[in-house]
Design a protein around this ligand. Structure first.
Ligand code: FES
Length: 68
């Protein structure tokens, strides 16, 4: 599912960055090129916390202990 139309960013793109350990808002914005004022409407950089939350879901999922 696309979450950024301007850059064609999919939810899976952000999850992959989270899996790679990229959860810092500045690093996420850089990796996704959301500071590009010529090609971005600015909506996503204002809502970067949603991208961070999505990326962090991936890091937290990896640390859930298996219950047997
Ligand atoms: S929709 Fe993401 S920057 Fe415009």
């Amino acid at each position: 599912m696309f979450i950024c139309i301007c850059k064609g960013i999919k939810e899976s793109d952000v999850r992959e960055l989270g899996q790679a350990g990229v959860t810092c808002p500045i690093k996420l914005a850089d990796a996704l090129e959301l500071n590009d004022k010529r090609q971005c409407c600015g909506r996503c950089i204002k809502k970067i916390s949603k991208f961070v939350a999505l990326a962090e879901e991936e890091t937290s999922c990896r640390h859930i202990p298996m219950v047997s």
